[in-house]
Design a protein around this ligand. Structure first.
Ligand code: ASP
Length: 572
């Protein structure tokens, strides 16, 4: 037997027992003829007292000895009241000095820790993340199983489609010159499962998108993918609000009370928060003042399509330097503001546009935006969409600086009534805002011909703390309406048939009304864990250039392999 207990288990009550432990040496402290060793496994750390030995960091050892009460206790760890007086120590596996310290906080840089990911994964913070991920996955399975969902797998080798993001492709040896694509999501398959009568489906499934990477994106990522038949939007929202509550309760101990989650229309979210995934942990809503600022000789506002403001609560005492910092923040190319107008609401009202506006004018603005004495008002102008974008970023940054975005608080909501289509100026065509299978709201179908841009969809997003955690829709289940949708998206009937004929044909054989949702599981985990990076919740993630630096992938392949696949070598 390798061990009688794990390294997180022993307590005062065990004093006197003879035990055997096995694990990794985290640290050795030598005191003359005696050494203290911190022995680690995924359950915790237990202190060993040994005669001087020559084990080093990360050796795997097995020890047998007596549990004794420590004279100087460590209140920070559960095993901190005891130690093992080791009688016998056996080295099971020696270790080279690790390239970085494997402790709560490591001295290793990002690249190095990625290269030795298996060592980084030994660290307690990452082990906690993996355990959280596991518990979340289990709670999803428990809830959905209880609700009658079936877990069904769909293929990873499918066909490429031009809609959506770029596909990763896989050459087919048996079909020279042809390619599979890895799924961006199991969307069409889960809809076919509904046609096949499976009624309630889910899968915790890997998806692949060949996009540029950011902190919250990976080329392969995991979705909790779900679909249901004979449902309307309300049924889907109720089921998955239930799942979210269950996950919060089971894995985080967070309860939200009786009130249903906030529902907000896309139009409202845009007008009040400047984006479709509002962070509701704090107020400071955007307020439009276009109509009351065009009465003076200030061309910037007079020519603007939109003028809007956010109130920085209690910031009237900000220095010019602090205000300039905010201005610089929104002028960064990623945000692209031209500048910021400000109004300081104090005993005396001062603004950056005092040359153009009278105190009475400013008082009207202040009343309109609901600012109080002690506040600082920021005003942004320009095109409506661009201004809202700037105001959104400004609001979030102010929230950050004012400490209003507490990671241990959660503010979930549903954003509903998304537009069905989005116009793209570059390509001069509509794109599906969610995806081409999303159904228009029945009451808006008449607008499909006259004003397609204003048609709303039966689509919804689940948002927590400004993060889009999930999204889905009620689907089109009529082959005629689906064909019309492809037409609106600029497909010829032949193209639609070639790309999605299998789905439209399936709809001809008795398709039930259906709808579903998919959650970004990695993001859900990082949100629960209080981190901005999904990488910390994926055991073996890729770096920002899409590389796995541990196994050094992607990599060149042999000429013979290329030949077999009928691919031309680009290798030197
Ligand atoms: N397949 C969709 C997505 O990946 C989610 C859904 O509509 O269920 O965003």
């Amino acid at each position: 037997m390798y061990r009688t207990h794990n390294c997180g288990e022993l307590r005062l009550a065990d004093v006197g027992k003879t035990v055997t432990l096995a694990g990794w040496v985290q640290r050795v402290r030598d005191f003359g003829q005696m050494s203290f060793i911190d022995l680690r496994d995924r359950y915790g750390i237990t202190q060993l007292v040994v005669d001087k030995s020559d084990v080093g960091r990360e050796f795997v050892v097995q020890v047998t000895g007596k549990v004794v009460e420590r004279s100087s206790k460590n209140p920070n760890i559960p095993t901190g009241e005891v130690e093992i007086a080791v009688g016998e120590l056996k080295v099971l596996s020696a270790a080279e000095t690790p390239p970085f310290t494997i402790e709560e906080v490591s001295d290793g840089g990002d690249e190095l820790r990625m290269k030795y990911r298996y060592l980084d994964l030994r660290r307690a913070p990452l082990q906690r993340n993996m355990m959280l991920r596991h518990r979340m996955a289990q709670s999803v399975r428990r809830y959905l199983d209880e609700a009658g969902f079936l877990e069904i797998e769909t293929p990873y080798m499918i066909g490429s489609t031009p809609e959506g993001a770029r596909d990763f492709v896989v050459p087919s040896r048996m079909n020279p010159g042809e390619f599979y694509a890895l799924p961006q999501s199991p969307q069409t398959f889960k809809q076919l499962l509904m046609v096949a009568g499976y009624d309630k489906y889910f899968q915790i499934v890997r998806c692949f998108r060949d996009e540029d990477l950011r902190a919250d994106r990976q080329p392969e990522f995991t979705q909790i993918d779900c679909e249901m038949s004979f449902v309307e939007q309300e049924d889907v929202l109720a089921t998955f609000e239930g799942m979210a509550r269950f996950m919060f309760r089971e894995t985080m101990g967070v309860e939200f009370g009786e009130e249903p989650f906030v529902r907000m229309s896309y139009a409202d979210a845009m007008a009040r928060y400047g984006n479709d995934k509002p962070d509701l942990r704090f107020g400071m809503e955007i307020c439009e003042i276009t109509n009351i600022v065009k009465n003076r000789d200030f061309a910037v506002f007079n020519e603007a399509e939109y003028v809007g403001a956010v109130v920085a609560t209690g910031c009237a005492d900000w220095t010019r330097k602090q205000i300039d910092e905010m201005t610089e923040y929104v002028k960064r190319p990623q945000i692209g503001a031209k500048g910021l107008v400000w109004v300081r609401v104090d005993d005396e009202v001062k603004s950056s546009v005092d040359k153009f506006y009278q105190p009475d004018d400013l008082q009207r603005w202040i009343a309109e935006v609901g600012a109080q004495k002690g506040d600082l008002v920021f005003v942004v102008s320009g095109s409506r969409l661009q201004s809202l974008r700037v105001l959104s970023e400004l609001r979030l940054e102010l929230g950050e600086r004012l400490g209003l975005r507490d990671k241990s608080r959660f503010a979930p909501l549903w954003v509903v009534d998304f537009p069905l289509l989005e116009w793209d100026d570059d390509t001069q065509r509509f794109y599906a805002m969610h995806h081409p299978f999303t159904s228009p709201k029945p009451e808006d179908i008449a607008l499909l011909d006259s004003d397609p841009g204003s048609v709303r969809a039966n689509a919804y997003d689940f948002v927590v703390n400004g993060v889009e955690v999930g999204g889905g829709s009620i689907r089109i289940f009529d082959s005629g309406l689906q064909a019309r949708m492809f037409d609106l998206l600029g497909f010829t009937p032949e193209q639609a048939q070639a790309q999605f004929g299998f789905l439209m044909n399936a709809f001809k054989f008795g398709a039930p009304p259906h709808g579903g949702i998919a959650f970004g599981f990695d993001r859900f985990c990082s949100l629960f864990g209080g981190s901005d990076s999904i990488r910390d919740y994926i055991a073996f993630p890729k770096n920002n250039s899409g590389r796995d630096v541990m196994i050094d992938a992607p990599s060149l392949i042999d000429k013979s392999q290329l030949d077999e696949l009928c691919l031309i070598s680009t290798a030197k």
